[in-house]
Design a protein around this ligand. Structure first.
Ligand code: ADP
Ligand code: GLC
Length: 504
């Protein structure tokens, strides 16, 4: 049942790296950013780096029993017309299989007036202030501990202001004399655009001339754009997405800036934490399995159909979906193809997700129309997401765009063939099955059209009839090493570049 281990690589001199993010698994997660923040942090930590991960102390942490222990005592941050009390708490990342020694401590920025609320992201008027204050609190926490980061690794729009605030507000402090910033784009579709009138309340008035002037004249401040302008280096989560975001089609109106910064922009595909996502050690699934022995996968499949109350023993494959339900994920392509697929074939579909109401209504309709064949769970349920990965035969990701995508990487490990559109990280991580050459790890389609998706689904049905070929694809996928142990080296190289590049 053994998976091959990742070969060790030479240790590097320890770096001081701060990862700042709005999500970090298992404490606060809506999507892949949470997995990346914790797993990259933990992988760097295991490699001997001095890592600090910062996350807001949302109300839900306490509710879920994630109580931090005291860190820094309360201090007050002044914003125009408002004082904000903040302190830090520490909480250990749960130890994983590979952890020897002390676990990494995540630092929770505890500012109750801003984060003791339901949900992570809000629509209230002080939303920009919540994130500006979070960014400032992180910098002030460094000052209070006298810790001088080599690289502050910011993530997505919530931390987009951090590079500017550091440059324009704190650079006087010798502590930050050599500190560099890296901003990772996990999703260009979310930018944090707010009315220009918020500039004053954020305490950015004196940095006004360093904001994007045209944007201000148009009446807004865009946090992600500000980060793209001021971070020393930029990265995103796959090489293909790094190219795509420089095109008008996928650039969400920021492609111009990204093209200008092309020589400081790289793509690094996310890794997988195999201590959490591997069928030989997964505590959430019905039976363990691995590349040498897939008997347990059959048990997981039967258990999954049972859990969703679906008819057992289908002749065709079980398809799985675990996803936020948003336009990005390409589900608008499904209605045209799924109805005939389900009518004409003895297949099953298990869906886990939540999001836009019109998509939820569609999946609800599908379940009502095919009650023996389609199971849907609306909500967020981590153990079930593991069981869908383990029990499905094919995992569907017809994304319109996908910066990296993690579920296709989990699917590979669980012997579940990913069926993906070739975009972003999906294009970089799933190799199209080629029956002639006997190569490939999944089913891939290209055009963003239902007919192209239909072709890939039909292909999966054909290949299913040849179970030897199927097992070959499974085996190749299960042997792919997408571990963080491997990917972390690319970040180490990038941090080294960020630290030494005097032109950034
Ligand atoms: P994105 O970050 O765009 O949502 P990714 O594929 O990078 O997409 O990561 C999604 C992560 O969130 C995966 O770990 C997936 O298992 C998880 N996830 C998404 N929706 C749910 C859900 N409803 N319940 C449990 N886990 C979910
Ligand atoms: C984003 C992207 C997803 C990526 C994740 C982590 O949410 O939508 O493709 O895997 O961030 O980088």
């Amino acid at each position: 049942m053994a998976f091959p281990p990742t070969p060790p690589s030479p240790r590097r001199p320890p770096l001081r790296i701060a990862i700042v993010a709005s999500e970090c698994a298992p404490f606060a997660k809506t999507g892949g950013l949470a997995d990346v923040a914790s797993a990259l942090g933990a992988a760097l930590w295991r490699r001997g780096h001095d890592v600090r991960v910062f996350l807001p102390n949302y109300r839900s942490l306490g509710e879920a029993g994630h109580q931090g222990t005291p860190g820094l005592d309360t201090w007050t941050m002044e914003f125009p017309g408002r004082s904000i009390d903040v302190r830090t708490l520490k909480i250990a990342l749960p130890a994983s299989e590979n952890d020897e020694g002390e676990p990494l401590q995540v630092e929770l920025v505890d500012a109750p007036t801003l984060f003791d609320r339901d949900g992570f992201y809000g629509e209230e008027a002080d939303e920009p202030l919540r994130w500006a204050a979070f960014n400032r609190a992180v910098l002030e926490a460094f000052q209070r501990t006298g810790w001088s980061p080599d690289v502050i690794h910011a993530n997505d729009w919530h931390t987009g202001l951090l590079p500017l605030i550091l440059r324009a507000g704190y650079k006087w402090d010798q502590l930050f004399a050599d500190t560099r910033t890296l901003l990772s784009i996990h999703n260009l579709g979310y930018q944090g655009a707010f009315p220009a009138s918020s500039v004053e309340m954020l305490g950015l008035d004196r940095m006004r001339d360093q904001l994007h002037q045209e944007r201000l004249q148009q009446g807004s401040i865009n946090f992600l754009e500000t980060g793209l302008l001021h971070a020393h280096w930029l990265s995103t989560v796959s090489k293909t997405y790094a190219r795509e975001i420089q095109t008008e089609d996928q650039g969400f109106a920021l492609d111009g800036i990204l093209r200008q910064r092309d020589d400081h922009l790289v793509g690094i595909v996310n890794g997988v934490d195999y201590a959490d996502w591997s069928p030989d050690v997964d505590p959430h699934i019905a039976a363990p399995f691995g590349p040498d022995d897939l008997a347990g996968k059959r048990v997981c499949r039967d258990a999954l159909l049972d859990e969703f109350n679906l008819a057992p023993d289908p002749k065709g494959p079980v398809y799985g979906i675990v996803s936020r339900m948003t336009g990005q994920k390409g589900f608008e392509l499904l209605p045209e193809v799924l109805t005939p697929l389900l009518q004409q074939n003895d297949v099953r579909l298990c869906v886990l997700g939540s999001g836009e109401k019109k998509l939820e209504r569609y999946f609800q309709w599908l379940r009502d129309t095919f009650p023996d064949k389609v199971g849907v769970y609306f909500g967020y349920k981590n153990p079930l997401s593991h069981r869908i990965e383990a029990g499905s035969d094919v995992f569907l990701m017809p994304s319109r765009y996908e910066p990296c995508g993690l579920n296709q990487l989990y699917s590979l490990r669980y012997g579940t063939l990913p069926l993906v559109r070739a975009t972003g990280g999906l294009a970089d991580t799933v190799e199209r099955y080629d029956p002639e050459a006997g190569t490939g790890t999944g089913f891939v389609f290209y055009e963003y059209e239902s007919s192209a998706l239909d072709g890939a689904l039909r292909h999966s049905l054909d290949v299913w009839r040849d179970q030897d070929a199927w097992a070959g694809i499974q085996c190749r996928g299960m042997l792919v090493d997408a571990s963080w142990e491997r990917q972390v080296r690319e970040y180490e190289d990038l941090y080294a570049t960020v630290m030494t590049d005097v032109h950034a």
